[in-house]
Design a protein around this ligand. Sequence first.
Ligand code: 16G
Length: 241
Amino acid sequence: MIDKSSPLPIYYQIEEQLKRQIENGELKPNDSLPSEREFAERFEISRMTVRQAINNLVNDGYLYRQKGRGTFVSEKKLEQQLVGLTSFTEDMKARGMVPSSKLLSFEIIAASEKIAEQLHISLHAPVYEIKRIRLADDVPMALESVYVSANLVKGLTESIVNDSLYRYIEEELGLKIGEANQTLESILASETEVKHLRISSYSPVLLIQRNTYLQDGTPLEVVKSSYRADRYKFTINMTRS
Ligand code: 16G
């Protein structure tokens, strides 16, 4: 079902067709795909074109490759319930995955007007800026920038943020995390996100912005996270009053 007269590139048509088959269950997780050669013969196109389509689907998380065995359909997206106020480490452990982080930057900076206002601290007060890639079973899931007041979250180190920020805040500092406001929107991945999340250019990502407060109302953190839209699905339960 390839339309060679269409203005849509052939690799793109193959990608869309395979995505549809994955979404409607015709292709199931861990099903193996025909080889590049078989694909090329079936559609009468070059192997290069097939490879491009498959590469894009591998990058987008729809397919995965196994050396010497072939290409397979990936597991479904991670479904994340938007209910409790949890950390990335807790979320991944709860689903039996191994969380890890790749620290991109860890610095004390002077609070900008916007950050100072949100953290209720003075302009230029010291703030930790922590940029991390969050991974689950070694797959990059989100790119996250966290801002916390250095006078509130004292003694942060690189090894702490390579582990769990919430664990340190609660267990080591004894601070009580209370609630958070969060927004979720779809945006086009920036170049940085494309690079670190290993997604293709022009992919959408889910931008989540969170403002977290301690139980006494003190602002704790300002967070901006970009989640891979190809690996994540957020669900909400609603009750009609
Ligand atoms: C989550 C939170 C983030 C928090 C982090 C702590 C979202 C959108 N963000 O990524 O606000 O700072 O967890 O994680 O859920 P950690 O305890 O694993 O370091």
